[in-house]
Every structure is written in structure tokens, then in C-alpha cells.
Design a protein around this ligand. Structure first.
Ligand SMILES: NC(=O)c1ccc[n+]([C@@H]2O[C@H](COP(=O)([O-])OP(=O)(O)OC[C@H]3O[C@@H](n4cnc5c(N)ncnc54)[C@H](OP(=O)(O)O)[C@@H]3O)[C@@H](O)[C@H]2O)c1
Length: 250
């Protein structure tokens, strides 16, 4: 059977895999949720938007004759990962996830670990501070419960409507970010606390390294649970799983 791969993307790692897949000449399509206005160009055909839950994804896999699904979504995209696992189980389409290791606290870090966004909001129940709220645009509304803080928001796109936080500054930028730049940004804002998801990987790590270098506390949000599935940690492992590693000498 000729492979026809569906790559669930939206991450730096998915973009790397897309480039590796394109180099093999295998048939593959990247799927994005459509959250970002101008996604970085990829060398594979693109589809954009939700499938319509598990049932919609099952229909898509059947209609498109998908032979393999690679879930390279962000570790906090737990709904999509759960849907992919369920749809692949229902259709018998093989699934692999391209994942990245969590960040680990070192002796030089000052982390407060919380289980979820609500835990981060609870941890900010304290006197006003200057907070680098690096959680992306989707969860800003939850922090309206802590209006006393002065928030630094870094977003991929300029917000269409103002974030519901009375005191905030928006920086529009997309990763990968660097240590020096993030230290300069946090110094300019006078950041006292960083709030971050434990995304793992390198593209978003600079703010954690910058907090470490500046001696700042980080409210670190643990990853949501996702169903068990086979995992790869590098594009080459996915190519091997697809049976194409040898072609590339990997
Ligand atoms: N969450 C983060 O912090 C974060 C950070 C960076 C990048 N991203 C990327 O942004 C996208 C959305 O993340 P999220 O946290 O909103 O996801 P989510 O909560 O797990 O997904 C919500 C719904 O969005 C749709 N969706 C998500 N990813 C999709 C994809 N790659 N292709 C097509 N539909 C998708 C699905 O809709 P249907 O049920 O209708 O199919 C899914 O049920 C993901 O692709 C993820 O890789 C997320």
C-alpha cells in the first residue's frame, strides 16, 4: 500500500518532520488547527481547521485514504491528541506521536509547579507583580481573575480584541527565541514572575533559561494527560517507523 500520511502539526517539531518527509517524496499532508494567521510555509500540502471531533477525523481518514497518522501537535493540545488516538483505534490506522521531553527543574531554577491553568491563576493570588504570562492567547481570560498584575504577553498574532487584563503589554513575536533576547525583554518589562507551560523542546526554552539567569520564579504548568500511544522523539525515528529511514541513511 502506498503511504498517505496525515501529519498533525502546529509545532517547530512538526515543521522539521514536514521538511524530512518532503525530502523522502512520500505522500503527506500537514494539518493545522488554524489558530495562527500566517503559519510559516511548509514544503507539504496543507489543510487547515478542525475535523469535527473523533467522528469527523474518522471520516477524514477514510475519505482521504490516510494510511498513517503522525501526531506532532503541542504537548498541551491534549484534545487533538485524544481525538487522534480514538480515531486511529476506530479505523485501525497506525498512529505515532512525535514528542519532546519535558523541561526539568535544576538547582538553579525556582519553579512553582501547578497542575493546570487554574493552578497558575491560583498561584497568582498575591500582591501586584510584573508577570511574564507566556501561555499563549487561548487562556488569557482565566487570568482576568488576577487583575492586579502588570502582564507581559508575547503572542504570535496581534490580538483582534484587547486581552481582558487591565494592565498588560503585548509583544507580537514568534519563536524560536534566544536567551539574550528574552533576558533583555524581561529586564525591560521588569519581570518578577514568569508563567509558562512545560512545553519542552528548545524553541520556547529561552524564557526559562532567562528566568534562571535572572533568579526569577517560574510558575510551571504541568502537561495534561494524553492517551498512551507509540512515541518518537526525532523526525528520523518517525521516518524509520514509516519504513523510510534506510533510504535516508538514518
Ligand atoms: N496548546 C498550546 O499551548 C499550543 C502551543 C503551540 C502550538 N499549538 C498548536 O496549536 C494547535 C491547537 O492547539 P490547541 O491546544 O488549541 O489544541 P486542542 O485543544 O487539543 O484542540 C482543540 C481542537 O482544535 C482542533 N485541532 C487542534 N489541532 C489541530 C490540528 N493540528 N489540525 C486540525 N485540527 C486541530 C481540533 O478540532 P476538531 O475536534 O474539530 O477536529 C481539536 O479538537 C495544535 O495544532 C497545536 O499543535 C498549541
Amino acid at each position: 500500500m502506498t503511504p498517505n500520511i496525515l501529519l498533525l502539526g502546529g509545532t517547530t517539531e512538526a515543521a522539521s518532520l514536514a521538511r524530512a518527509l518532503a525530502a523522502t517524496g512520500l505522500r503527506a499532508t500537514v494539518s493545522l488547527a488554524g489558530r495562527v494567521a500566517r503559519p510559516a510555509p511548509l514544503p507539504l500540502p496543507l489543510r487547515v481547521g478542525g475535523f469535527g471531533g473523533v467522528a469527523g477525523l474518522v471520516d477524514h481518514l477514510r475519505a482521504e485514504g490516510v494510511t498513517h497518522v503522525v501526531d506532532a501537535t503541542h504537548p498541551f493540545a491534549a484534545q487533538m491528541s485524544a481525538n487522534a488516538a480514538a480515531a486511529c483505534a476506530e479505523t485501525g490506522v497506525p498512529l505515532i506521536a512525535l514528542t519532546r521531553a519535558e523541561w526539568r527543574e535544576t538547582g538553579d531554577d525556582r519553579w512553582v509547579r501547578v497542575p493546570d491553568i487554574a493552578g497558575a491563576v491560583a498561584a497568582l493570588d498575591r500582591p501586584a507583580a510584573r508577570v511574564f504570562l507566556a501561555v499563549g492567547r487561548m487562556h488569557l481570560a482565566a487570568f482576568a481573575a488576577r487583575p492586579q498584575h502588570d502582564y507581559l504577553l508575547r503572542l504570535v498574532d496581534a490580538p483582534v480584541s484587547p486581552p481582558p487584563l487591565p494592565r498588560h503589554r503585548v509583544v507580537v513575536d514568534r519563536g524560536p527565541f534566544g536567551l539574550e533576547g528574552d533576558m533583555a525583554l524581561m529586564r525591560a518589562h521588569g519581570t518578577e514572575i514568569v508563567v509558562s507551560k512545560n512545553a519542552g523542546g528548545t524553541g520556547a526554552f529561552a524564557k526559562i533559561a532567562a528566568a534562571r539567569a535572572l533568579g526569577l520564579p517560574v510558575i510551571m504548568i504541568d502537561r495534561p494527560a494524553v492517551p498512551p500511544r507509540p512515541e518518537a522523539h526525532a523526525p528520523e525515528e518517525v521516518l524509520r517507523w514509516l519504513g523510510h529511514g534506510a533510504d535516508l541513511g538514518v
